[in-house]
Design a protein around this ligand. Structure first.
Ligand code: ZN
Length: 255
């Protein structure tokens, strides 16, 4: 399906309908001046090819990582500063193109060894409008997704209380999710309930779910064997998001 939308009247004018298209396999909504992706896009369970080049996207909803059949995702020429932590966790997703998102400086480490296009990313310019948490390692500074509230370092052995609570709630109720009455919106704020349904991401080493807090670790692309393909046209790093100081110490992209 190719949708040229000449005069969008809202941030995403196709948000209401698209989630009902269960058989949809290919969607191309390039060049539509979209500010956001359709809210219910992650319900298109057959979607394999998604192209949203040349829009005005600043972020990608983490729910998109739940698309089980998505094989190719192209988001070139947008305004992305970060990508969802779980992007690339699905084995189906093999092709990710984010070229010419000049603010983008970090790729989730799940994308390592996949086919990625990231030319024209990570260009050092003044970015006063970006209000995201940043994390630096050496000369590289990356923006983290907006849902990340706090980041940890090797010295932070104890998790914040909210993160501890969310992880233990998840462990307790994950097996019971079919029955939503166990945790109604009354017993838990809707935003936290939603986070329990779709965690911020999963530890890139051990797959433990994470909700508000991560331990990031940067591997500059130029220091990886993939550098030859990209070196002169991008300045970007892979970011591993870990759940604990132990996983942070142990994770190594290159082995
Ligand atoms: Zn872990």
């Amino acid at each position: 399906m190719n949708l040229p939308l000449k005069e969008p009247s809202s941030p995403c004018p196709i948000s209401l309908e698209v989630g009902d298209l269960k058989e949809l396999q290919t969607l191309d909504i390039s060049s539509n001046r979209l500010l956001a992706l359709p809210e219910r896009l992650h319900l298109c369970l057959s979607l394999q090819y998604l192209t949203v080049d040349r829009n005005r996207l600043c972020c990608v909803p983490r729910h998109l990582c739940q698309l089980p059949s998505l094989n190719e995702l192209s988001m070139a020429g947008n305004h992305l500063a970060s990508l969802p932590i779980d992007l690339g966790r699905s084995r189906e997703l093999q092709y990710v193109y984010v070229d010419n998102n000049i603010q983008l400086k970090g790729l989730p480490s799940y994308l390592y060894n996949k086919v990625i296009g990231c030319n024209g990313c990570g260009i050092p310019i003044q970015l006063s409008e970006v209000r995201l948490l940043t994390f630096s390692s050496g000369q590289l500074t990356v923006f983290l997704p907006a849902e990340v509230k706090t980041i940890g370092t090797e010295k932070d052995h104890v998790l914040p209380l909210q993160e501890l609570t969310m992880r233990s709630l998840y462990r307790t109720y994950h097996g019971l999710w079919k029955d939503l009455n166990f945790l109604s919106p009354i017993s838990l704020p809707r935003s936290l309930l939603e986070l329990l349904h779709c965690p911020l991401g999963h530890c890139h080493l051990c797959s433990e779910p994470m909700f508000t807090f991560v331990y990031p670790k940067i591997f500059p692309l130029r220091e990886t064997p993939m550098a030859g393909l990209h070196q002169r046209r991008t300045s970007i790093g892979f970011v591993a998001y870990c759940c604990s100081t132990q996983c942070l110490r142990t994770f190594n992209l290159l082995c």
